[in-house]
Design a protein around this ligand. Sequence first.
Ligand SMILES: [Zn+2]
Length: 208
Amino acid sequence: MPFIAPWTGENVPSPAAMATRLGRAGYGIGYADEYGIADRVRGALWVRVPVKPGAGGPLLGRIHALRQRQAMTHMLCQGCGQPTVGGRADQRHLFLTASATGRPVAEGEKTVSPPSCAGCALEAVQEGLPSGRRYVAVLVEHAVVWGVAGIVYSPHTLAPVLRDVGNEFTLVAYDDPRLPWTLACREVVALHGCTAVDLRDLSERTPA
Ligand SMILES: [Zn+2]
């Protein structure tokens, strides 16, 4: 059961009334009953989701918004939830991302996919992905806080703005003027100091 996957018991929507709110960055969206650090991080309003790990069965292939954020913030493995800090002598982090093209991760590329420990990466690669997508692995020196992936709301209608076809979320940087109007659903980091990793090397160097 991947650390960042939700459980069926967490799959209950938490309806919250959306309101216009005057914050430090000017007007934006807020919850009518907004409270403290649980709802807002770095100025971004976060989607409310229940946190009940272990409740019911796992929802594989899905992502729990708050554990995704936790994994990104603290560099926890998305598979087992253990810290990837100090996991390697060179202090780099291994990121494994699903790709349609197989193209290596570019310098500064943004991702919502938290790091992986070597063991979980190997397990994921062995299990594979549905056809049409494959894993790309990269060792990263710095995963830099960049912004959020979420739903942008219209200041005029307080309704979600239409997204590009095929994109679940819009990527919004922390300095983007749309940030106060965005409901954050994923933490986004930019990957710097990238060295592509051959997945075959990963398999050979990691004891089973
Ligand atoms: Zn792991």
